[in-house]
Ligand binder design. Structure first.
Ligand SMILES: Nc1ncnc2c1ncn2[C@@H]1O[C@H](COP(=O)(O)OP(=O)(O)OP(=O)(O)O)[C@@H](O)[C@H]1O
Length: 488
């Protein structure tokens, strides 16, 4: 890219992103034969069913949550490593607690075991070890499970749904509710993959845009969709007989409750289901509001929690550079690049404008730059991250908002071109830890450099130091010898 113009590079990136984006989403529903016009909007951003109504003030945040979740799903291709133990709270503490170390122990239908292995799963993940035996037990048990994104929850409940349906019965037996259309499609894909050798089981998407003829009865055994449409299909249109449902799954409860109306709709669906229907609820986080909702959806639950791996600053060398303007910050960055070899770096800016400007400047200097920008659709962002992960670009410039919550694997250097602050201009310590944490993973030493360009940002930096009780050393970027030392 050194010789190409920046504009051309961006065009290329976006073109690649678009083609990948369309691969991810389009066409898939039609394969099931039941969905038409599923994509009723040209935006790939995660949308909620309350769309079109007056947007509440925090709507952006809610869309953000769903978009983040989708982005993480799109860029993830394997399990998140975790060594934390699961915490289990059983409904009946006297009943023995089973956990399995292999999929064979679960006595799955051979077609499903074949599907599991075809997906490349060799053994159950940490949460699956305990959750699967509980979900597959007879009589079925209710479960509330919480673990961070990427730990194998979706795969677990998909396996449970596929195990519980009877393909000879041509009516819906499992309902799975997701917060957005795009998230529902992602889960649908997992059902298709895992059920590849079990084609008698059919799936249908209860999403806006999938218009069915009045009076018809669904024949598919699994229905996956968003709460509003699912509720309409159960009550108003009666496409589904809720009394015949044996498994009810509520996925991404934390994202779900962030969207107005979803909570009520989900509860209304739940009330129509038979008493002996198995209720399963999954969430990446477990704040009070999620917990209250979970208890209303899942009576007499077993509870499984997997704590998040603690991020620490112990293995990360932190520095700050004192500058007077963004141009000086850019020069300092060039000096750092001139003095040490940086395999891959992530650079965080406060605004889209700064991010765009910086990406342009870096590109002019001959760097291979990827830019994550707020106006990009989720699929495009996923494609940019994937290119960066594949090493096609060595520098990823991004804004706060874009990078919030995403899990990009290890990078060697993190640069805060602007320090993270919250809405009120206070230091955002959590974001700082999360950003920096990307560099010091798995015992390797990481490097983090903070750019300070005003009294205010110096104050933010001092408060971050105090918060973590960790000294951030000053780095003189005019002194090449000094910069070289930080790399050792
Ligand atoms: N037992 C397993 N062995 C290997 N890979 C697995 C296993 N279970 C799941 N995976 C893979 O790990 C990734 C994360 O799994 P999954 O999507 O089920 O996690 P999740 O907790 O539901 O996360 P999210 O909510 O972000 O989707 C997926 O790529 C999935 O295919």
């Amino acid at each position: 890219m050194a010789t190409d113009s920046w504009a051309q590079a961006v065009d290329e990136q976006e073109a690649a992103a678009e083609s990948i984006g369309s691969l991810q989403i389009r066409d898939k529903p039609e394969e099931n034969g039941t969905v038409s016009n599923a994509r009723d909007s040209n935006s790939g951003a995660a949308k909620s069913e309350t769309e079109g109504e007056t947007k509440p003030a925090d709507e952006d945040d809610n869309e953000d949550k769903a978009a983040q979740s989708l982005l993480n799903k799109l860029i993830r291709n394997n399990l998140v490593n975790t060594t934390n133990q699961v915490e289990v709270l059983q409904k009946d503490p006297n009943s023995p607690l089973y956990s399995v170390k292999s999929f064979e122990e679960l006595r799955l239908k051979p077609q499903l075991l074949q599907g599991v292995y075809a997906m490349g799963f060799n053994r159950p993940s940490k949460i699956q070890e305990t959750a699967l035996p509980m979900m597959l037990a007879e009589p079925p048990q209710n479960l509330i499970a919480q673990s961070q994104s990427g730990t194998g929850k979706t795969a677990a409940f998909v396996l449970a749904m596929l195990s519980h349906v009877d393909p000879n019965n041509k009516y819906p037996q499992c309902l799975c509710v997701s917060p957005t259309y795009e998230l529902a499609l992602q889960t649908g894909k997992v059902i298709e993959q895992m059920g590849k050798y079990y084609p008698e089981v059919k799936l249908v998407y209860a999403i806006r845009g999938n218009k069915l003829q009045r009076g018809m009865k669904l024949q598919e055994q699994i229905v996956i969709g968003t709460p509003g449409t699912m509720l309409d299909w159960c009550s108003k249109f009666k496409f589904i007989d809720p009394k015949k449902i044996r498994v009810f799954v509520l996925d991404e409860a934390d994202v779900m409750i962030a969207t107005q109306g979803h909570q009520d709709q989900s509860i209304r669906i739940q009330r129509m289901l038979p008493r002996n229907c198995q209720m399963l609820l999954f969430s990446a986080t477990f704040e009070e509001s999620v917990w209250n909702f979970a208890q209303r959806i899942v009576p007499d639950p077993n509870i499984i929690k997997l704590k998040r791996e603690e991020e620490t600053l112990d293995t990360i060398k932190q520095y700050f550079v004192l500058c007077n303007s963004k141009e000086e910050k850019f020069q300092a960055l060039c000096n750092i690049y001139g003095a040490i070899t940086i395999a891959q770096a992530m650079i965080f800016c406060h605004t889209r404008k700064t991010a765009g400007w910086l990406a342009g400047e870096l590109s002019r200097e001959g760097h291979q730059v990827a830019l994550l920008s707020g106006e990009m659709q989720v699929e495009q962002r996923a494609a940019v991250i994937e290119r960066f992960r594949d090493g096609k670009e060595k520098v990823l410039v991004t804004t706060n908002v874009c990078a919030r919550g995403i899990d990009v694997e290890q990078v060697s250097v993190v640069i805060n071109f602007d320090l993270p602050v919250d809405k009120d201009g206070n230091p955002d310590n959590e974001t700082y830890l999360h950003r920096i944490g990307r560099t010091g993973r798995f015992g390797k030493r990481g490097l983090a450099i903070n750019m300070v360009d005003s009294k205010m940002s110096m104050n933010i930096l001092n408060r971050i130091q105090e918060h973590f009780n960790k000294k951030i050393e000053r780095l003189d970027t005019d002194d090449l010898d000094e910069i070289e030392k930080i790399a050792n």
